[in-house]
Design a protein around this ligand. Structure first.
Ligand SMILES: [Zn+2]
Length: 413
């Protein structure tokens, strides 16, 4: 009942401005009288790699209570639709935006409140695109957004945050031990570290082996995962040997890295298409800021090509846990699914594997496999629906018709 109450409050707050929510309101209110919500799935892609036909999902108190073939009437009859778990993006920058000057990042006159409202807009777009959980890696102000969404009124995905990232200049190894402990105390869900330079600056290892080891071993001690920006064989092997959890971007490595990632169960989160397309499409909004120079853009052109080569080799040679992340920043929020389309259509990944990477495998990488990522009894009711079969046409995932998070309907059109 709590979730339904929250849904009603949310609907009151938001339906004046959001057409989808207004539509959802009547359905949720109907469900309130029934104590439970039923969703009939014509086809269910459950997140584990299985497909089932004609399944009734019963949701109570925000959780999936039953999966069976019970007859209607249903709260939501999706007999002609495909139902999936809410999607998960393990690498976004939820506060990143183009400012009122049409440029990347905050303009000098922008208030903190304005920045946070841009972030709230990004969160809304992301949820409407079917992403019910994201991991935001790179700013400390997304903690307030996380906590606001968790209060249950503001529409957005469940957010995990790294708070401020750790880099070359963060401190000596012994200082880094304290910084990781402090992040943990401050409520970080994960540690983000830049072991390598930006790809626009060549991407080679910049943190020392001792710094990398200090961060990942301390994070392991306090029970925090580590997601590490790293390119090339040298950086990535150091990162893996240090016991870090996940490699971000990660192109340009030799075959030994594929074996090492497989052996150590290191998650690999490549960014092949959306990141680059977004930069190239919005070039004028980035160019001239920091390392967004002509040389920087040329380096990204090259990295895009090498990224596909690395990805294809990784698919071919190993059994690496390739997890879903987009590195969505300004311009890419709400288009998170595009990376999955690139991975399949240009990178050659199997369609079902790509869907698993963005559902159950992503949940596992977040240590949330008992909570989200699969349509299974006992898990949170994060559920989306689409019209067409994404196992035949990946782009079907662009057209999200229905979004439920924790049993609350946020979109139904
Ligand atoms: Zn990033």
């Amino acid at each position: 009942m709590r979730k339904i109450l929250i849904a009603s409050i949310f609907t009151l707050a938001a339906s004046f401005s959001f057409y989808e929510i207004a539509l959802a309101q009547s359905a949720v209110n109907t469900a309130a009288g029934q104590e439970s919500i039923t969703i009939r799935a014509g086809s269910l892609i459950d997140g584990t790699g299985e497909v089932r036909e004609n399944v009734t999902i019963t949701v109570e108190n925000g959780k999936i209570q039953r999966l069976d073939n019970s007859a209607g009437p249903y709260t939501f009859d999706f007999s002609d639709k495909i139902v999936l778990p809410g999607l998960i993006d393990t690498h976004v920058h939820i506060t990143a935006h183009f400012n009122s000057q049409g440029r990347y990042g905050p303009d000098p006159d922008q208030t903190q409140a304005q920045t946070l409202l841009y972030a709230a807009e990004n969160a809304y777009l992301t949820l409407m695109a079917g992403f019910t959980t994201i991991q935001s890696v790179g700013r400390d102000d997304d903690k307030d957004l996380r906590d606001a969404i968790n209060r249950g009124v503001l529409p957005g995905p469940r957010i995990l945050t790294s708070l401020a990232p750790i880099n070359l200049n963060s401190g000596t190894p012994s200082q880094l031990v304290e910084i990781v402990r402090q992040r943990h105390a401050d409520g970080a869900d994960v540690i983000k570290m830049f072991a390598s330079a930006s790809i626009r600056d060549g991407g080679s290892q910049v943190m020392s082996d001792a710094q990398i080891q200090a961060v990942c071993s301390t994070a392991n001690e306090v029970g925090l995962r580590t997601v590490v920006h790293a390119y090339g064989t040298e950086s990535i092997s150091t990162v893996i040997e240090a016991g870090c959890t996940q490699i971000e971007h990660g192109n340009r490595y030799d075959d030994d890295i594929i074996d090492l990632m497989t052996e150590r169960d290191t998650y690999y989160d490549p960014h092949l298409g959306l990141l680059y397309a977004n930069y190239f499409d919005n070039r004028g909004k980035f160019i001239g800021i920091g390392n967004y120079t002509e040389e920087g853009f040329a380096a990204m052109e090259e990295a895009r090509v090498i990224g596909y080569e690395t990805f294809k080799r990784t698919l071919e040679l190993g059994d690496v846990k390739i997890v879903y992340g987009t590195d969505a920043l300004a311009g890419a929020h709400g288009r998170n699914i595009e990376e999955l389309i690139y991975r399949v259509e240009e990178g050659g990944q199997d369609r079902m594997d790509a869907i698993v990477s963005a559902t159950s495998l992503a949940a596992e990488s977040l240590n949330l496999e008992q909570v989200i990522g699969t349509i299974a009894v006992g898990l949170n009711a994060d559920i989306i629906a689409i019209d067409d079969n994404p196992l035949e046409d990946t782009a079907a995932l662009r057209n999200i018709r229905f979004v439920m998070k924790d049993g609350v309907v946020y979109k139904n059109n």
